[in-house]
Every structure is written in C-alpha cells, then in structure tokens.
Design a protein around this ligand. Structure first.
Ligand code: MN
Ligand code: MN
Length: 262
C-alpha cells in the first residue's frame, strides 16, 4: 500500500513583518483545490484525488515553538508532508521536525526574498529569517533559491557565508535550472510569483516568475520530494480568489510530482 501524502495547515502569521493575513490561507487553498471549476487531474495525467492525502487538518498555533511539535506528530504517518501556510517563518520549525527523521536535506526555495536576515527588526524568527536559522542549525546540506529580486547587501553576505546557491530573478533561465542529487524539500513562497499572477501576497514584488515558470520548475524536479510548503498566500490581498486557485494548482502539481516519482 503506497503511503499517502500527509497534509497539514498551519494557521500562523505572527512573524509577518508587514501585514497579517496568511493565517487565513489554508482553508481557502483547500476550498480552491476542491472547486467545481476544475477537475483533480494534474498536467502529467495523475488524478490527485482527495483520498491520496492523509489530511491532518488545520492547526491554530498558540506559540511559534508548537509548530515543530505539531509537525513531528504529523510526520509519524511517514508519508511525504505538504504544509499549507502561514507566513514563511513556519519553514524553520518544519525543517527541524523533518531533520529529526531525514537528517540534512537539500532545499529548493522559490521566493522574491532570500529570507536570510540574521534578525529582522530584532526578531530572529521573523518570516524574513527562516533560512538563516536553517543554515546555522545545519538542517540543510544544500539551499538553492530561485526568483530572488530583493537581495540586500546583508543577505548577499549571509548567502556567501552559508554557501547558498541563488538564481536571482534577473538571471532566471528556465533551461538552466539547478539539478539535484538527493531528495529535496520544496519551500514555495507565493510572492516568488509575479503579483500579476498572484496578487494575494503581503509583499508585492514586481518582476517575478509566471505561474507557468513555477509549474515548469516543479515538473522538472529530477529527484523525489520528501516535503513541501506553500506559504505567504494572503487572502486579504487577493482578487476573486485568484491566488487561492494558483496555490491550489501548485498543491496539485506538487502532489502529482510526489505520486509519479514513487
Ligand atoms: Mn519567504
Ligand atoms: Mn517572499
């Protein structure tokens, strides 16, 4: 019996630096995934039916440090894990839980922002910092970032220090995507997409990836995906649920990729 994909929603946006809202995202992404406007087929022909998921539901978070415990508990079912966020701060505690089972993993991180600040406005757990914490704790053997278009001097220095491989948006080439040798964790910040395609984010950063480019990146991943998160969808900034639908499509395609690589 093939293991199901474990699905968890993390209702948390307290580490957002600018606007709240991503805590509202998980149920809306689920609703878009079930929308009668679309079927459950992915582009590679896999039917991503709801029963492929072991859906643990959405979790209200009272303390940031509970995210690791909740994720560890949900990982007990041993399936690949997809998390619906939540702001991007949740990726650090999720990776701590992943590390306990898998050890160091390679990470593919799609984002407008490198999220490598040592601290942001005094908070080391801000959504601007998760990848600094992940690299300091040596939770990742490799970190590859795509879509970055806000690289500050401090973050460039942090990237050098941690050996982060960054394909900045200005240099993006869909035919020269990084190749992986080990299974990966995929961390997908919706603001990596251009706000024209995904307006429902707190930080509109023009000049980003198209939905098509992100789908191509996912479909071209050449190794198994052990876990993924879809973070930073902010429903309070969305227009007609468009970004919920984009997030749901990305969920479906990531799930299809996981299923087809079994
Ligand atoms: Mn981010
Ligand atoms: Mn971002």
């Amino acid at each position: 019996m093939v293991k199901k994909i474990t699905l968890q929603g993390i209702l948390f946006d307290e580490k957002s630096s600018y606007l709240r809202g991503p805590a509202l995202a998980p149920p809306l992404i689920r609703k878009a995934y079930h929308s009668e406007s679309a079927n459950y087929f992915s582009e590679n022909g896999e039917e991503v039916l709801p029963d492929l998921f072991d859906d643990k539901g959405d979790f209200s978070i009272h303390s940031y440090f509970d995210i690791e415990k909740i994720t560890s508990k949900n990982l007990e079912s041993n399936g690949p894990l997809i998390t619906l966020g939540g702001d991007h701060s949740i990726t650090y505690p999720i990776l701590k839980a992943i590390h306990k089972i898998y050890g160091q993993v390679d990470i593919l991180h799609i984002d407008a922002h490198a999220d490598l600040y040592d601290n942001f406005e005094g908070d080391k757990f801000s959504h601007a910092c998760p990848f600094a914490r992940i690299m300091e704790d040596e939770l990742a053997s490799r970190l590859v970032q795509i879509g970055i278009r806000t690289l500050s001097k401090h973050q460039a220095a942090q990237a050098d220090k941690f050996g982060v491989e960054i394909m900045q948006m200005k240099d993006f080439d869909g035919h020269q995507l990084p190749k992986f040798e080990n299974p990966i964790y995929l961390s997908l910040d919706i603001d990596g997409l251009d706000p024209a395609f995904a307006p429902g984010v707190s930080h509109h950063e023009p000049g980003g990836l198209s939905t098509r480019e992100v789908l191509d990146i996912i479909q071209n991943i050449n190794v198994p995906i052990i876990g993924a998160d879809i973070v930073e969808y902010n429903p309070t900034r969305d227009s007609h649920g468009m970004t919920a639908m984009v997030s749901a499509k990305l969920l479906k395609e990531i799930a299809a990729k996981i299923i087809s690589s079994r």
